[in-house]
Ligand binder design. Sequence first.
Ligand code: NAD
Length: 363
Amino acid sequence: MTKVLVVLYSGGKHAEEQPKLLGTVENALGLRPYCEKHGLDLVVTDDKEGDNSTFAKEIVDADVLITTPFHPGYLTAEMVKKAKNLKLAITAGVGSDHIDLNAANEHKITVAEVTGSNVVSVAEHVVMTILVLVRNFVPAHEQIVSGGWEVAAIAKAAYDLEGKVVGTLGAGRIGFRVLQRLKPFDCKELLYYDYTELPAEAAKEVGARRVEDLKEFLGQLDVLTINAPLHEGTRGLINKETLGYMKKGAWIVNTARGAICVAEDVADAVSSGHIAGYGGDVWPKQPALKDHPWRKMQNPFSKGGNALVAHYSGTTLDAQQRYADGAIDILDRWRNGKAQEPANLIVENGEFSTKAYGQRSKK
Ligand code: NAD
């Protein structure tokens, strides 16, 4: 019997209140009726940390793993070795860095994700977070909730987005959608840094200019938005040295992956005021540590500049429906020996199927 192991976040009473929370243990991406109908053995858990976790125990004889980037079952090289039956790892969402992709290749495990399923959800969150930072919204709101009223304390660090230079590190599906949504704000310039050039028509549509040198790119920005996958070439890319390339008072929004930034270096840059603010929803390890330095960091000038939230930008209810349907489609194709949608494949037959994880593919 085919065994499908699913690692998701727990919904508790919220899943009862909101049946559209498909990406929870309780609602299991809508997989229960599918697995029952087709006679698949389904194990669903949120217990994923350590050797004694349900994830570690059940992966040993699972044929298929399904997990999300929001509460990822981290499939390390060591776990891949133990997972003797594993043939398919599905990411219900976008971003498969929770899987050791080199180990998956070595063991000929196919890794597929629901490409595009939540790219608009994330792009909207990016634009919101840029505005929240640039307009100094968080301290303004906190002041009101705490009974205060001191306009100057907020206004001294509040700006318009109009006239600023905004750049995306990674101009794929999300990065491009961010640029599209920023166009009407009349920024001074929209820039991008990516080893893949945007098609001429797309670049023209958004009026974006490519900058090929990272130092030159970062040095021009008022706002950096990070939209590249996490891989060997992006891990720790935003660090003490590269933060030093940025202008004093710039803002950073990272909804890609927490580990693209060196956490301590970002916290130091915000706390010193070199970076005016940092926002986003992704953390180096999830759930984030209770005492993670990003939770309480603030810039010294306005006691603001923190627009961090838990990882939820790509798990809106609209996105959950799309990635739940997409995960079932990938499973169904695999069971029936049908080819996967090419755009959904990350690795297959021991090779990278996409250039997005560091230009390693032959394609
Ligand atoms: P995509 O594959 O369409 O685009 C990624 C782009 O990044 C590509 O154009 C690629 O060439 C570029 N890139 C890769 N390495 C780079 C590097 N070293 N420097 C510059 N550019 C580089 O992917 P996407 O759909 O836009 O998603 C991007 C990432 O966003 C995902 O891999 C995932 O990590 C993250 N994401 C987060 C959420 C969330 O909820 N926060 C949801 C979806 C995706």
